[in-house]
Design a protein. Structure first.
Length: 135
């Protein structure tokens, strides 16, 4: 376990059960309380983003892999899609960026679509499984 991982565990909200990693640089200039507030608010903002074809938010679907809050308040988000052929591939990253930008105190936001590891239904939270009736 490295310092970034320790920071991620300390800053991760209770809702981080959808497999997202939340990190701040070790020795961050931002107070831990501010990182926790920003993290909670970013996760709440991400939960307002829905894939137009799926009635569950992208966070609970497990499409958000990493959220990194930097000292300059910039935020990097790694996300994936359910499939490379997702019809919403063009719009979802922009929707994620716009949602994170609504959080007070957030600077520039960079959203990267990643394919490793590939998404699969095991990444969904119990909440998403209930909504999609996938038990």
């Amino acid at each position: 376990m490295n310092d970034t991982t320790k920071a991620a565990e300390a800053a991760a909200p209770a809702t981080a059960g959808a497999n997202a990693t939340v990190a701040a640089p070790s020795g961050s200039a931002l107070p831990a309380e501010e990182i926790r507030r920003m993290t909670d608010d970013i996760v709440a903002a991400l939960k307002t983003v829905y894939d137009p074809e799926i009635p569950a938010d992208i966070y609970e679907l497990g499409l958000i892999y990493r959220i990194e809050i930097n000292d300059d308040r910039s935020v990097a988000v790694d996300m994936t899609l359910t499939t490379p052929n997702c019809p919403s591939a063009q719009e979802l990253p922009t929707m994620v960026e716009n949602a994170v930008l609504t959080v007070a105190g957030v600077g520039p936001v960079d959203v990267a679509v990643v394919w490793d590891p590939p998404w699969d239904p095991s990444r969904m939270s119990d909440e998403a499984r209930v909504v999609l009736n996938m038990w």
